[in-house]
Design a protein around this ligand. Sequence first.
Ligand code: GRG
Length: 298
Amino acid sequence: MELKDFIDEAASRTEACLKRVLPLPQGPEARLIEAMRYSVFAGGKRLRPALFLATLSALSQGLEAEEDAYLPFAAALEMIHTYSLIHDDLPAMDNDDLRRGRPTCHKAFDEATAILAGDALLTHAFAIMMRLKKQVSPQRLLAALEEVALSAGLMGMVAGQMVDMSLTAQAATGEQLRYMVQRKTGALFSACILSAAYLAGAAPQEMTALRAYSDQLGLCFQISDDILDVAGDPDKLGKPIGSDAKNSKTTFVSLLGQEQARQWARQAAEAAVQSLSPLKEKAELLRQFPMLMFSRES
Ligand code: GRG
């Protein structure tokens, strides 16, 4: 199957599932739910659920029949991603006006509501992931949940965001940049891939391969993101370019220049594919992701 078709299908199934698992705006907290739904249904690429589902299909025999049971977990990963975008856009962080082609959550609602919408998406995501308790053994589910909690939080994305803010005040080295990116961007990609691997009961050798793959994939994605912020098309991106320079951020482009940054992204993409050699032909979809990340336009 072509990756693009797989992602389109995963995105529409995730979207339908998000509609089912997110409550409808009603009751005294209706505005909070409206803000959550506003950001979740703003049209993201749904790459993280697609990576989760592609990893499951690479590791599981005959899982296709059961796949619907795993969709809420995929949807929950997208909820965590959306929470991070809402908080990242806040005035205290990047202070952005546009996201996914429309006003950011705090612009469309207000700052307090946006903070709470992010909080509620993060915590509700864990409640949704727990729904797999009927299908999966407690050991597998707990390992998957631990991976997500660590990667989204202090061992991953939140730590990376903190380091990112501190680097804004000083010129960063390549090492510092890699450290930050591995956490801020890479950790959630890893969480999607490795949580699926735990749920599918991957062998230790497969786990090691997928960890190496995730690290390189996150790096490739972020370098491409940095390139898009200077050379992308604002219409395709759904936001203006130049926000890194505006926020005085050290990026792979500011550090290496566009050409060398592109080379690093390509090398990371190739290394990601190499890492998958223990996974044989069932990992064909996963093998296509790095090049997609490298050549993406949005
Ligand atoms: C606030 C805890 C906290 C974390 C924020 C994710 C993040 C950390 C910040 C977002 C800003 C940013 C540009 C991050 C790096 C790359 C990234 C995550 C881009 C957005 O992901 P896409 O391209 O977005 O998958 P869509 O909208 O398609 O889902």
